[in-house]
Design a protein around this ligand. Sequence first.
Ligand SMILES: NC(=O)c1ccc[n+]([C@@H]2O[C@H](COP(=O)([O-])OP(=O)(O)OC[C@H]3O[C@@H](n4cnc5c(N)ncnc54)[C@H](O)[C@@H]3O)[C@@H](O)[C@H]2O)c1
Ligand SMILES: O=C(O)C(=O)C[C@@H](O)[C@H](O)[C@H](O)COP(=O)(O)O
Ligand SMILES: [Zn+2]
Length: 444
Amino acid sequence: MGRPRATDTNTIPGFAALSFGLAISCCFTSGFSFVPSTSGGRVQPRTAGAAAGRHTTAAARRALTGTNMVATEPAAGLLKTVTVDLEDRSYPIYIGEGILDSGDLLRRHVTSKKALVITNDKVGPLYLDKTVKILEAGGVEVETVVLPDGEEFKSLEVLTKILDKALSARLDRKTTFVALGGGVIGDMVGFAAAIYQRGVKFVQVPTTLMAMVDSAVGGKTAVNHPLGKNMIGAFYQPQAVLADMGTLKSLPDRELASGIAEVVKYGLIKDSEFFRWQEGCMENMAARDAGVLAEAVERSCINKANVVAADEKEAGLRATLNLGHTFGHAIETGLGYGKLLHGEAVAIGMHMAADMSCRMGWVDQELVDRSVALMQKAGLPVELPKGGGMDMDKFLNAMAVDKKVADGELRLILLKGDLGGCVMTGEFDEAAMRATIQDFCDRQ
Ligand SMILES: NC(=O)c1ccc[n+]([C@@H]2O[C@H](COP(=O)([O-])OP(=O)(O)OC[C@H]3O[C@@H](n4cnc5c(N)ncnc54)[C@H](O)[C@@H]3O)[C@@H](O)[C@H]2O)c1
Ligand SMILES: O=C(O)C(=O)C[C@@H](O)[C@H](O)[C@H](O)COP(=O)(O)O
Ligand SMILES: [Zn+2]
């Protein structure tokens, strides 16, 4: 585990050749690293057209609009659009209050005669009727599936219910699947869309902060396996992401905080200015200040869209979005799915990654302390839960099947240098990793 390998350094494509001028550079001496970006490629589009104009290639615009024209018609309440630029698979992320209610955007991206809307038994009573009516008003014939709510139901077995419904309703390959819910629904529906009749279109309607800032964007779709998180899945991009900020009003505080963990992540891995901004307004974010939340969603989406556009299938750079996840996924698997929320496990995992980086002298203790303070302000845990029973073996067994393991070698995302700098590397001090795990286990 963690032994140095020469191939580590030369298997990463040249991310410096990014077409949209990201302030990212690569270092090929130890895995690879980011030089922190001061802006994170941030723009402040006010309409769909403005966003597409700033971010989108002609090919991407054709994919979005069917023409070379920029989509300029703003729907009611539309505030921001961020584009994920993937040539003919490009798509918009709409961020705004009430954009689901207005109906225009959903109908714009469900162009099929039939749609299958999939949600769960918590989100369904809140937003399913509205979603179905919007589609029906546009002449779409709608079928629905309501899955049980919870991370423990993010499984192949439960996903089969989506396929069963699609087949029994004789839905053909032109059908659009609509994922209405948080990351669990989004990941499952995306995977179902990827495999149903070898692929149907799908639209993400994220209703949690976690899904708006992270899971609905970028096309990672999956279900869990008892031996590991997200182990069965596919890269499969949606047609569009509709983040209606109004849906967050019904989201419990603990779930909001869970989403904030991934917001903090973007600051730590690549956007120091975003991190500092969060330090100044985290109380307001946690208190649901609408402006602060909308800006957090927009800046997170821009950060993620830029990474995904540069490395859609995680050849290298995209792995940095996994900061804290090797430890975090081990915690989720080790404790049992659903005991901790994903963002809570990631927060503890990011603390562990920062702690380990500091032990190796790669970052100062001050950066560890600032990260912990920021996550605590958001209401996130930064230590393993008392009595959870995590131990060294549980960590090492789960980490051994992490998706970043290459030819048997564990690679970790660790912080390095100034705020906003990180590396993916197998060249770490295994003793430091074990010391971090042991200390965290001892304190639980
Ligand atoms: N694909 C990716 O890139 C990616 C990124 C991050 C996380 N994930 C995955 O996403 C999942 C976590 O997502 P999540 O945090 O959204 O969890 P979740 O989907 O379980 O939603 C959290 C809880 O909030 C409820 N809920 C959803 N929207 C609500 C609303 N508007 N009002 C009230 N309740 C609402 C849900 O029913 C659930 O009980 C994990 O499985 C994680 O692995 C994937
Ligand atoms: O989009 C990505 O890439 C990420 O790593 C985002 C993570 O926040 C997310 O939890 C993702 O599902 C983890 O991916 P995995 O490949 O480690 O399962
Ligand atoms: Zn995550």
